[in-house]
Write a protein that binds this ligand. Structure first.
Ligand code: AMP
Length: 191
């Protein structure tokens, strides 16, 4: 089974992806995590994306599509959760083609619905928690980057809701519940 978790920053995509990894033996493909790993590796690509990420903007389609392609090739029999990818219509088209080329298909696009006030609170809370626990705070978890990230989401990513609706793949869930409530809603859709 292959699914996309779609939703704005702070919707809980990473949290729910982790639960699916633990409970269903799926592989989480988070382009955000891959890019954060790349930027600490000192590679040319890593240096190129660091400033873009910190500002809250999207990196180029070419870079993230390349990262996803590598992972699909590395796990030919994998069952994937796409977390934070695709984020643009060209990425969505590219994913469709990549899956087809690897003899895979998409089973569902889980749209995590939340309202904007909640998002800001969650992200500010995530930064505070990390700070308290002595863990590194994401450079883009500040109010200014968040504003850009939300705008990028509405301009470039939210059109994917209509795109996947038209394909018959869209499954909305209420992302405002507790972690376990949202997980149960997702599980009911997948079973
Ligand atoms: P995330 O961890 O998903 O919130 O992603 C953090 C940052 O990585 C985003 O704000 C973008 O700068 C970049 N990023 C992650 N995934 C993508 C993607 N699919 N397309 C473009 N940029 C991305």
């Amino acid at each position: 089974m292959n699914i996309i978790l779609l939703g704005p920053p702070g919707a809980g995509k990473g949290t729910q992806a982790q639960k699916l990894v633990d409970e269903r033996n799926m592989i989480q493909l988070s382009t955000g995590d891959m890019l954060r790993a790349a930027r600490t590796s000192g590679t040319e690509m890593g240096n190129k994306v660091a400033a873009i990420m910190d500002a809250g903007e999207l990196v180029t389609d070419e870079i993230v599509i390349g990262l996803i392609e590598e992972q699909l090739e590395a796990h030919p029999d994998g069952s994937f959760i796409f977390d934070g990818f695709p984020r643009t219509l060209p990425q969505a088209d590219a994913l469709g083609k990549l899956l087809e080329a690897h003899g895979m298909s998409l089973d569902a696009v889980i749209e995590m619905q939340v309202n904007d006030d909640v998002l800001v609170g969650r992200i500010v809370g995530r930064a505070e928690e990390a700070r308290k626990a002595g863990q590194p705070v994401r450079a883009d978890d500040n109010e200014e980057s968040l504003r850009v990230r939300l705008m990028e989401y509405y301009k470039k990513t939210s059109p994917l809701i209509g795109y996947y609706y038209a394909k018959g793949d869209l499954k909305p869930v209420n992302g405002l519940g507790t972690i376990d409530e949202v997980a149960a809603e997702i599980a009911a859709l997948l079973d």
